[in-house]
Design a protein around this ligand. Structure first.
Ligand SMILES: [Zn+2]
Length: 250
């Protein structure tokens, strides 16, 4: 159990938090196994139920094709199903036609499970000229930017979409609370957090990058629980990404 915390002043009352999950193979491009979907996702689903947190699952078309029961469960449990491309290839290396194909294929698979209007590119990298393609494929919101990446600070356009950047990178949520909690408190609304199902599988002995594997497994799950309980104790509002208002973003 985490320690109850007293309410902080000033930062929480109007604060919206989006808890998002990038559902994909295990830690691409280092591994391409599916332990996260098979072993990690059930633990995450149960934790989100226990804490009554609505989440947004940005899911690759490939994941939904391999694990249709996973995509169905996202919707059945009341979460938002979003799109994370099809193959988890980076859009940075694609031609316009390849990007169109990725969007068509993934959208068609995912929309068999429900309405899908939110998008996040793999590796949080989407070339600006591709943003209008999202609208062309029926997307209303893009979360491919990240406040901790250079692209966010360059010139970007709404292109008619709501654009909501990720606030902090997933491995930071596994840092010690003394470092992590001030970072969480310093971010503006909406606070967009993201994790991956593979983080809840112990990957510490695999050869993936150190910051990706550190703290994976049971520690990651208890860290997420701690973060959500901290935010709930502060009185924030958890929201699906599709429910964000335009004025909340930026
Ligand atoms: Zn991803």
């Amino acid at each position: 159990m985490s320690t109850p915390r007293t309410t902080q002043t000033g930062w929480n009352r109007e604060r919206t938090v989006c808890f998002t999950i990038d559902a994909e193979p295990d830690c691409p491009p280092f591994l391409w196994s599916w332990r996260g979907i098979e072993e990690g996702a059930p633990k995450l689903f149960d934790l989100l139920d226990e804490l009554s947190v609505p989440a947004t699952f940005f899911t690759t078309g490939d994941t939904a094709a391999h694990y249709p029961s996973f995509a169905a469960e996202v919707v059945e449990r009341g979460h938002e199903l979003g799109c994370h491309g099809h193959s988890h290839r980076s859009f940075m290396d694609m031609s316009v036609e390849e990007a169109r194909n990725e969007l068509s294929e993934s959208s068609s698979i995912l929309r068999d499970f429900g309405v899908v209007t939110s998008f996040r590119a793999p590796y949080l990298q989407l070339p600006e000229p591709f943003v209008p393609l999202l609208k062309e494929h029926g997307y209303l919101l893009d979360s491919s930017l990240a406040k901790y990446k250079v692209a966010y600070w360059r010139r970007w356009h709404s292109s008619g979409l709501i654009r909501v950047p990720a606030s902090i990178t997933s491995s930071w949520l596994r840092l010690p609370p003394k470092i992590r909690d001030p970072i969480l408190r310093s971010r503006k609304t909406p606070l967009v957090l993201f994790v991956h199902p593979w983080e809840f599988v112990d990957l510490r002995k695999t050869g993936i990058r150190w910051d990706c594997r550190a703290g994976t497994g049971p520690h990651a799950l208890s860290a997420i629980k701690d973060v959500i309980e901290l935010l709930q104790a502060e009185g924030v509002h958890f929201s699906h990404m599709r429910d964000l208002e335009r004025e909340d973003t930026g």
